[in-house]
Design a protein around this ligand. Sequence first.
Ligand SMILES: Cc1cc2nc3c(=O)[nH]c(=O)nc-3n(C[C@H](O)[C@H](O)[C@H](O)COP(=O)(O)O)c2cc1C
Length: 340
Amino acid sequence: MNSQISPQNQQVALNWRLSVAPMMDWTDRHCRYLHRLLTRHTLLYTEMVTTGALLHGDVPRHLRFNAEEHPLALQLGGSEPADLARSALLGAQWGYDEINLNCGCPSERVQRGAFGACLMNEAPLVADCVKAMRDAVQIPVTVKHRIGIDKSESYEFVRDFIGTVAEAGCEVFIVHARNAWLKGLSPKENREVPPLRYDVVAQLKRDFPQLTLAINGGFKDNQSVAEQLEQVDGVMVGREAYHNPWWLASWDAQFYGDAPSELTREAVEEQMVDYMEREALAHGTHWYSIARHMLGLRHGLPGARRWRQVWSDHRLKVLPAREVMALARAPRSEDAGTPN
Ligand SMILES: Cc1cc2nc3c(=O)[nH]c(=O)nc-3n(C[C@H](O)[C@H](O)[C@H](O)COP(=O)(O)O)c2cc1C
């Protein structure tokens, strides 16, 4: 389960030690390009793509990515085994390194489509989905899910879900360590209100030592990540990775044994501007839709607010990205010592 050969004949060693979570509207290919500049080894996930969007929509728009983004997982949303198999095959053909099935999204829209977190109530169906996808592709098929549905605190529920899905051949589970409340909470509240219970994931790892289990939910610093890596196989980080991307620059040294990074925020910003220029030429992408993902790059530094305001000022959209960078960097006396 460790190394795979993608269709581009690229040897990609997959491991789930650190990953950045799938986040709709956030982890698009531009965001992932930024994250990859910051960490070479961390596994990156796409936003969720539904089987409907993929099988009836614009495939390149949903699946195109930059070669630099590997190792890269495609997250699918759906509950029809045949549709998921076709979508997984498309993902493998496009060169993704892993296919992940979303069994954790609580949004009402997703529930109406009968997938996401409500699939946890239908473990045999999830097993069929996993089997169909595994039959279609050679790359790993993994599942991301919650520890329970609504207010139930039954450990057996999540244990049996994993047991059933593992029997269909799934060897990797990413567990968002809180319940999904399917009624009454918005998706945002569903990432905040149901309590985190890391002990449940530790118990799952003890009960399924042969499986790869990664924990997700609420991680914000290297110490709490390191503590989890004593108990489980991996940690997936969502919001903090997005809001404070510079954190990722410490991960290769901290968690993969690389030499300490010599990267600077300025160098990353310059490489992003190079990327914006290439993207504009190749695909007509406006720098604004790339810059929005790096607004947290100076998080915590003096002058961060003004830097962020320049990069997000829509009145500057008429300027080339390189000029915007110069404006963002121009020193202002009142910045000295100003917290962001
Ligand atoms: C804006 C946003 C969009 C998200 N979209 C998805 C998604 O498409 N698929 C998914 O499995 N989880 C999605 N999530 C949930 C995250 O993957 C993750 O499970 C959750 O944010 C908890 O991790 P964190 O506390 O590190 O942020 C989303 C989260 C956010 C904030």
